[in-house]
Design a binder for this molecule. Structure first.
Ligand code: THU
Length: 129
């Protein structure tokens, strides 16, 4: 069993690694995401841009959609890193909220690692009912 600190270091490193797969020729802003499920599985994602700009998808949603498509719906931690300091966009927060409003969000910023609850970043998520 990995110690907590070792575990965070491992998933932070995975986020940096998957960032290298980002396809971001238009913004030159590469993003990497790692999603940990409650069942302790790990899914990664990077941003994938398109010349038709609106078709671009963020790293977080790639990770969530990979996980959900494999039957996972309960998430514990999302780690995010980018070439510069980054916060998750509202669209991705809304998608995360759909499945796991209690998820912890870990941001690997240039000078520090910051941890938030999803509710801190998106206090009034959209709800249909
Ligand atoms: N991007 C993400 O991958 N995640 C976010 O939360 C915000 C933005 C990507 C989309 C686009 O490829 C690039 O960053 C610049 O907006």
């Amino acid at each position: 069993m990995l110690k907590n600190q070792d575990f965070y270091e491992k998933i932070l490193k995975m986020a940096e690694d998957v960032k290298n797969n980002a396809y971001a020729p238009y913004s030159n802003f590469r993003v990497g995401a790692v999603l940990l499920t409650k069942s302790s599985k790990v899914y990664t994602g990077c941003n994938i841009e398109n010349s038709s700009y609106g078709l671009t998808i963020c790293a977080e949603r790639v990770a969530v959609f990979k996980a959900v498509s494999e039957g996972e719906r309960e998430f514990k931690i999302l780690v995010l890193c980018a070439d510069k300091d980054v916060f998750p966009c509202g669209a991705c927060l809304q998608v995360l909220n759909e499945f796991s409003p209690e998820i912890e969000i870990v941001l690997k910023l240039k000078k520090e690692v910051k941890k938030f609850k999803l509710k801190d970043l998106l206090p009034y998520a959209f709800k249909l009912f």
